[in-house]
Every structure is written in C-alpha cells, then in structure tokens.
Design a protein around this ligand. Sequence first.
Ligand SMILES: [Ca+2]
Length: 160
Amino acid sequence: MKNTLQLWIIIFALGLTYCKKSESTVPTTVTVTRIEINSHAALDTLGKIWDDTPDPGPDLFYMLREESGNVIASEKKLPFRDITTTQLPVGWNENILMPGLTQHYNIECFDDDGIGTPEGYMGGIRFKLKPPTDQKLPYTNTQVVEYGSLKFTLHLTWNK
Ligand SMILES: [Ca+2]
C-alpha cells in the first residue's frame, strides 16, 4: 500500500515536470489554420476593373509559396466569386504545416479567370512569420501581412 502511494507520488511529480517543460518549450512547427483576404485594390495597375461586366469583382484565391517559388498551399479550386472591396473579408479554414519558422514566404492574391486563361495577378507580399512572444505552447495568434491595398490575415498555431 505504501509502495503504491509512493509510486503515484512519483508519477504525479513526473507529470508536473513534463507539463511545465512542454509549456515552456520553444516552438518548432507552425500551422496556418486560416487565411483571410481583408482588402485588395479596387482596380488593376492600368486602372481597369479586375473582371468583365456584369460581374466586375475578381474571383479571389490565394497562393502561399516558399521563396524558391514552390507552392505550399493555394485555394485556386475554391475561389470566392465576384468579390468587390466592400464584400471583404473572405477567408479559408486551412491546416497548412509550414516548412519552417525563419525563412521568407510569399503570399499572393489572384483573380481566377477560368481554364485556358492566365490568372489575374493582383499582388503579392514577401513576409516572415512572427514568432509568439509568449512561449506557452500550443500558442495561437494572428499575423497581418499587408502592402499597399493588399492585406491578408494569417491565423497561426505554434507547436513544439
Ligand atoms: Ca475572374
């Protein structure tokens, strides 16, 4: 009986030590759980609407790439159709394990123009992931990535 009690005390103590250790571990992976497009330019660089009338809004999708150009994720198959600036934000729930924590990435916005037509590039932003200031894991935060009229929000979960 006494031995059993001692054993449970040891297991409890080990459990406490493990929990404390895991909470303070520096993150080693990050997962993007949601990507939102908050704003985009109303017109293209030539001052034209993104799409043909009668549906002038672009058919939005994103591409997330490594700096090498390698595509990590995209929602080309699930674009939001005919989205004018007043209809934003739009967003996709995702489960994207990022290749690393410290390198640069690019996130780009496109207007889907259908099969056989080049996609309408609406802009892209080079960025780095911002690590959490609080080291308790798992840690969730949002990161705004913006340049000019283009603005994304990334929802992140940091893991050990
Ligand atoms: Ca289009």
